[in-house]
Write a protein that binds this ligand. Sequence first.
Ligand SMILES: O=C[C@H](O)[C@H](O)COP(=O)(O)O
Ligand SMILES: C=C(OP(=O)(O)O)C(=O)O
Ligand SMILES: [Mn+2]
Length: 449
Amino acid sequence: MGTEQNKWTKTSWKNFTALQQPKWPDMTAHDAVLERLSTLPPLVFAGEIRDLKALLAKAVTGDAFLVQGGDCSEDFSQVTAPNIREKLRVLLQMAVVLTYAGGKPVIKLGRIAGQFAKPRSADTEMVDGVELMSYRGDMVNSSEPLAAARIPDPNRMLEGYYMAASTLNLLRAFTRGGFAALHRVSAWNQEFVKQSPMGRSYERLGKQIQQALQFMETIGIDSNSPQMKQAQFFTSHEALLLGYETALTREDSTRGGWYDCSAHMLWIGERTRQVDGAHVEFLRGVNNPIGVKIGPDYDLDNVKQLIETLNPENEAGRLTLITRLGMKNIEKVLPPLLREAKREGYNIVWSCDPMHANTYTAKSGHKTRNFNDILSEITCFFETHWAEGTIPGGIHLEMTGNNVTECTGGARNIVDEELMNNYLTTCDPRLNAEQSLEVAFQIADMIRS
Ligand SMILES: O=C[C@H](O)[C@H](O)COP(=O)(O)O
Ligand SMILES: C=C(OP(=O)(O)O)C(=O)O
Ligand SMILES: [Mn+2]
């Protein structure tokens, strides 16, 4: 753990236990890849990271709301312009719905451009009676159910870097180049969503916004400002592969201080958040905003140690606690955490991941989540915060812009038997575009009332 006598360097984590690291078969090749990565340009720069932190500081006090979403595990073969565009489109739609209802800025943060490494519950899995090494994300091995494909290959980290760079390049083009301009709000509604109840609600909202913009133009207010023409969009992923993250960690040449320039925000997963573990040691030393997942079996003293290790100065915007407690547990286990954090005066962005503790396996064998369970956890999250006098600051979703059938329920009521129709995820089940929009409208209703 980070104590005074333990000076942080970008490799000090090597003196601690790092869980969930791949067993790379060829360490010479692995080290050569990291060497190459450490000479390649950073993917994001420190100024942008500081901008995100300043926005997150507003979410601590309820003056902004965080929407973080994207794939459980990004798939190299799905890094295409339409897929990136559709994901961005839904996130922009959700942000509009929530900005309109909440009357405060929405921070748009993708699980994108680097979400390529996965922690797993087991080292192996059975596929058609054959035991294979588990898939650990495209930066490690391939999801193809073949023994050879599952062998970790360090060159995949290099490929992942280039995939992240090209994704980010297109995101920057879309968000700066006119795609995200507010007067196009109705154009973000996808064809297959338009006909649904959610699509129609969105259409109405879009029209209201466009009328407001027209009114502003009529009375002479300039609608060409960057706020109207551009969107601020940030990237995040789980900082799991510490070698990769170290190679992308750079000292800010203007102001000093270390930044993990693989993404704007990094989070530590439920499986790797040991206070005396390597992931906590690494992330305590970089200046990015950091997220930590908190599952239902958390120990209160342990969480307090984590908070104090990762955010000793109690800087607002530095730390987001992403609770993923499950709809069955949240009512019982969230209040003690909120009370203690409030008593201590910790500055925290409280975000709700309603996905990871609501997973079940359908009869067909598909890993899935039910829309109503997801909604129950979200509702309880908001109500508990309001009851405790703390601030519900954000939402963390596994979602996609495509019309997948991975989570059951929602307005179209996908049933277990339909999961096979378009089940494309390589890891956890994602909300489809329509279900994601439905979540946004449900939250909008809650915050309005
Ligand atoms: O995305 C999160 C984890 O990697 C995932 O939930 C683990 O799933 P598993 O239990 O199938 O390994
Ligand atoms: C691994 C994940 O979550 P958790 O650490 O909460 O299980 C994830 O977000 O994909
Ligand atoms: Mn997941």
